[in-house]
Design a protein around this ligand. Structure first.
Ligand code: IDP
Ligand code: MG
Length: 138
């Protein structure tokens, strides 16, 4: 039996600004994810800080928050078998320099900070992140 899983994804401000959101969504669909929810929003500083709370003591925290509020983002709930790992694989490594050929971050990431997309890294994280932005998801 196939057990579906739901993950949380963000198309980050650089990718939206560069007009590649549609292409990334196309890749998501090609890879058999079902888009359960999708919204384009401008994150507030408070939302970005809450979302990245786990990184609040890291040296790049302020840079990360500034980047995430620098323009609109596209938030999605994506369903698929093994969705969390499958989306992380399609995104590629955090630093585009280390990302595998054909991954989104290899193709579109500019730096370890401006790396085009976000994806939850575990079932617990997915639950938390989906709960923040899509509280009405089943
Ligand atoms: P992930 O997005 O691959 O899960 P994390 O380590 O959770 O990577 O970091 C969250 C985000 O913080 C990254 O996607 C990236 O935008 C940013 N980031 C991570 N490391 C650095 C860094 O060394 N400098 C600047 N930004 C960073
Ligand atoms: Mg992470």
């Amino acid at each position: 039996m196939i057990t579906n899983e739901t993950t949380f994804a963000i198309i980050k401000p650089d990718a939206v600004q560069d007009n590649i959101a549609g292409f990334i969504i196309y890749l998501i669909e090609l890879n058999k994810f079902k888009i359960l929810e999708l919204k384009k929003v401008q994150l507030t500083r408070k939302e970005a800080e809450e979302f990245y709370d786990i990184h609040k003591d890291r040296p790049f925290f302020n840079e990360l928050v500034e980047y995430m509020i620098s323009g609109p983002v596209i938030l999605m709930a994506l369903e698929r078998e093994n969705a969390i790992n499958a989306w992380r694989e399609l995104m590629g490594a955090t630093d585009p320099k280390n990302a595998a050929m054909g991954t989104i971050r290899k193709m579109f990431g500019k730096s370890i900070g401006s790396n085009a997309t976000h994806g939850s890294d575990s079932p617990e994280t997915a639950k938390r992140e989906l709960g923040i932005f899509f509280p009405n998801l089943k």
